[in-house]
Design a protein around this ligand. Structure first.
Ligand code: NDP
Length: 343
């Protein structure tokens, strides 16, 4: 493997992955929606090794054939571009179409390119479940079958996109093989000033957006571990199938306590304890006043504890996960550096 195409190069996870690929000596072809404003990609072109080995190419998820030029001559493709937003005006047009049609378009371009040996799609834990149940330990065999255009539409877009990818493999039988990485909530330092949806969970806690401490338990994973998982999925010949990618779970109460210890200037951390039976009923009622995607997320996650088995990625790819308490501290320090939260 020498030349790798990364779709959605400007993204939070993609930019870390590109930095790692360049560091390991790969040539990288990154796709962006538009090259019109070079300043929008300056953080990528300034990466060590980028001047010699990074090329940015325009490609549109919804345009068949749009990725042909970017993928031409590449040995592998990391398909990361997909909208990551919880609430949208039109779930079909804004989330599902770019996720699903985008994935199929990328795979069709790969199938037309003889040099491509492997495609790694960035799927999500959202394709595994949208309503964790603590009596079930989730594995790669689980699929989210409950989301829809009105219930957790972002989750729906990810589950449908990953299904479309596996279905493409089955029906088209292309020459390349496919690996899916299914990360949980990705946090950590960002290479750009853009505040990613997942890091925004921590920023919102610090800024006092939450009315209290909710009965939420999150599975976090460090962006640097997710980037490494993708690179290892390219480099490990026997990698196959799906890989759950997540560190430990942590409750909102534990996160708030950790954030309190960081003494961020001007922090307005929640203190009202809503992480009990009465509080959860109140939060679920209140969820109907929230934008669609946020409301359905609260109703399907409050009071639920995700449990999952990540032994496959640890065993097959040799990946070990950073302590998420370190990732939280690093993420907040970085958000402070970018001005998203106080110092
Ligand atoms: P970002 O929002 O940082 O990056 C998303 C990338 O996709 C950007 O490059 C963006 O381009 C591109 N993109 C989004 N919508 C479109 C569109 N309609 N057409 C073309 N390009 C588009 O997200 P992340 O880095 O967090 O996510 C990357 C991948 O990882 C996604 O597939 C996401 O679903 C998945 N994922 C993320 C998790 C997380 O917690 N962050 C967890 C699990 C999976 P532009 O910069 O032009 O907007």
């Amino acid at each position: 493997m020498q030349t790798i195409c990364v779709t959605g190069a400007t993204g939070f996870i993609a930019s870390h992955t590109i930095a790692l690929l360049l560091d390991r000596g790969y040539h990288v072809r990154g796709t962006v929606r538009s090259l019109a404003r070079p300043d929008a990609h300056a953080f990528l072109t300034a990466l060590p090794g980028a001047a010699e080995r990074l090329e940015l190419v325009e490609a549109q998820l919804l345009e068949p054939g749009s990725f042909d030029a970017a993928i031409a001559g590449c040995d592998a493709v990391l398909h990361m571009a997909s909208p990551y937003v919880m609430s949208v005006a039109d779930a079909q047009a804004d989330l599902v179409d770019p996720a699903v049609k985008g994935t199929v378009n990328v795979l069709q371009s790969c199938a037309r390119t003889a040099s491509v040996q492997r495609v790694v799609v960035t799927s999500s834990m959202a394709a595994v479940t949208d309503e964790p149940d603590q009596s079930v330990v989730l594995t790669e065999a689980d699929w989210n079958t409950r989301s829809s255009l009105v219930r957790n539409p972002y989750y729906f877009s990810k589950a449908e996109a990953e299904r479309a990818a596996w279905s493409f493999m089955e029906t088209q039988k292309p020459a390349f093989d496919l690996v899916a990485i299914n990360p949980f909530i990705v946090i950590g330092p960002s290479l750009t000033a853009q505040l990613n949806t997942s890091n925004a969970i921590l920023a919102d806690l610090v800024k006092g957006t939450y009315p209290g401490i909710l009965a939420l338990t999150w599975g976090f994973v460090d962006v640097r571990d997710v980037a490494l998982a993708h690179v290892l999925a390219l480099e490990t010949h026997q990698a196959a199938g799906r890989y759950l990618c997540a560190g430990n779970t942590i409750t909102m109460r534990e996160v708030v306590s950790l954030l309190r210890g960081l003494n961020v200037t001007g922090a307005r951390l929640p203190s009202l304890g809503l992480d009990n039976a009465v509080g959860s009923v109140a939060v679920k009622l209140m969820s109907y006043t929230q934008p669609g995607g946020v409301g359905s997320y609260l109703r399907s996650h409050v009071g639920r504890v995700p449990r999952y088995d990540t032994s496959k990625i640890q065993r097959d790819l040799g990946l070990s996960f950073r302590d998420i308490r370190i990732s939280i501290a690093d993420a907040v320090a970085d958000m402070s550096r970018w001005g998203h939260v106080g110092r």
